[in-house]
Unconditional design. Structure first.
Length: 94
């Protein structure tokens, strides 16, 4: 399952717990919205691609974000993130 929600006017914190209840979600594009909060587990178990670029996500990327999820690409350019990038993630920096 793929969800393209880029430039949809979404705002506020991301509910990762709610998204994790979508077991077949593989691609989630949330590019260019006004989403806030921090990245955290759980992620949907089948997720392979997540775009959060051009939002207001803050904090750091958790070391365990790619594990045990199938996430292979995480696009996070133009947010308020800090810290290092966990090994094993392909991250778009812009």
């Amino acid at each position: 399952m793929c969800r393209q929600l880029n430039s949809s006017g979404l705002a506020g914190p991301v509910s990762w717990v709610s998204l994790a209840q979508l077991p077949n979600l593989q691609v989630l594009n949330l590019f260019n919205n006004s989403l806030t909060g921090q990245l955290s587990n759980p992620l949907p178990p089948a997720l392979t691609f997540l775009s959060l670029s051009k939002n207001q996500i803050s904090g750091s990327i958790p070391e365990d974000l790619a594990l045990p999820a199938t996430l292979s690409e995480l696009w996070v350019a133009y947010n308020e993130l800090e810290g290092s990038i966990p090994s094993g993630l392909k991250v778009s920096l812009g």
